[in-house]
Design a protein around this ligand. Structure first.
Ligand SMILES: [Mn+2]
Length: 344
């Protein structure tokens, strides 16, 4: 819990901070924010990650001090592990030989640390780092504020998602007072895409299909598309959200071919439609409205299996009360087929 974290920081000096592989905005913003907090206290912190920092986060203050390494190859008094569901998520060899502090805002996280500080009411771990600042008596510097603000806007989808609370806005407001320029941060996070991402997006969105009800949509990304555009896997981040911006669409599956016949799949939904339950059936997991899993088989088999489950989940929540369907759409003209063949 928080008091144990404060006590540990006050009594020790050499710290490492790490987070999960393929780090996102909360992973990096919270890790580097904590780094600046420890520096402000005169400690010796180091951020270590297995994977390099994606282009969206290259402008975070202190990003050049992040050390990319496959192992915890130095001795630290303690290692902070940020938003990881278990101790293997950082992908670092020998992490289990250190004193580990687990900091997360997912209620499903394993209590793998020597100290575990879990706050599932926080919109992002960044919000927790801000609370830690307060608890330990450090006024947020501009560096801390920019890092924490980046964590907030990425984990809340720019304050769009249901984890956005009154406290999120309160913290955001205090960060702006500490020197954050919101437009500048948004520009560096969301306006730094390589052209390959735009090309990949145009190919992936061209595969968009929906079922006969119009409520379940699907996207595909083939290995060929990556090869053709030179885009990286991380460039596909966010594509899954586009179909959900259509009024009728309640659930989306985005199948990304990672090897022939193997598809890393992102699931998204609105409201009470629970996609975490569906992901768990395929050995994956996540949150109610955002989850992931791996599917196998031919494209059509994989898509049919996941779409069927999404349709069931959507139907359970629609309760026979049909949403208005756009009757002008040509895909509905030959009958309201209940099966996802129309997606193929
Ligand atoms: Mn997070």
């Amino acid at each position: 819990m928080l008091s144990q974290v404060v006590e540990l920081i006050e009594s020790k000096r050499r710290f490492a901070i790490t987070s999960h592989i393929r780090p996102d905005g909360d992973a990096l913003g919270s890790s580097i924010g904590l780094y600046w907090l420890l520096r402000a206290l005169g400690k010796e912190p180091e951020v270590i990650m297995r994977d390099p920092v994606p282009h969206s986060y290259q402008k975070l203050p202190g990003v050049d001090d992040v050390r990319v390494t496959p192992a915890v190859d130095r001795f630290y008094d303690a290692v902070f592990v940020i938003e990881c569901s278990d101790i293997t998520r950082p992908g670092l060899v020998d992490l289990d030989k250190q004193l580990v502090v687990n900091i997360d805002h997912h209620s499903t996280t394993a209590l793998f640390g020597n100290i575990n500080w879990i706050d599932s009411t926080a919109s992002a771990v960044g919000e927790m780092i801000y609370n830690l600042c307060k608890a330990i008596g450090v006024r947020p510097t501009r560096e801390i504020a920019e890092c924490v603000y980046t964590a907030l806007i990425t984990d809340t989808g720019s304050f769009h998602y249901s984890n956005t609370s009154e406290r999120t806005f309160k913290v955001a407001s205090e960060l702006v007072r500490a020197g954050v320029k919101p437009a500048k941060i948004s520009q560096s996070v969301f306006g730094s895409y390589p052209w390959g991402k735009i090309e990949l997006m145009s190919m992936v969105l061209a595969t968009a299909r929906r079922d006969a009800t119009g409520r379940v949509a699907c996207l595909r990304q083939t290995l060929d598309m990556l090869a053709h555009t030179g885009a990286s896997d991380e460039d596909a981040d966010g594509f899954v959200n586009y179909p959900l911006s259509c009024r009728q669409v309640e659930a989306v599956a985005f199948l990304k071919e990672s090897a022939p016949g193997v598809y890393r799949t992102s699931l998204r939904s609105k409201g009470d439609v629970n996609v975490a339950r569906i992901a768990e059936k395929f050995g994956g997991g996540g949150h109610r409205n955002a989850a992931g899993c791996t599917l196998r088989g031919t494209w059509d088999e994989a898509e049919r299996a996941i779409v069927m489950l999404l349709q069931e989940a959507v139907e359970r929540h629609v309760n026979g009360e049909s949403l208005p369907f756009d009757g002008n759409d040509s895909s509905s003209s030959n009958g309201r087929a209940r099966h996802p063949e129309v997606l193929a």
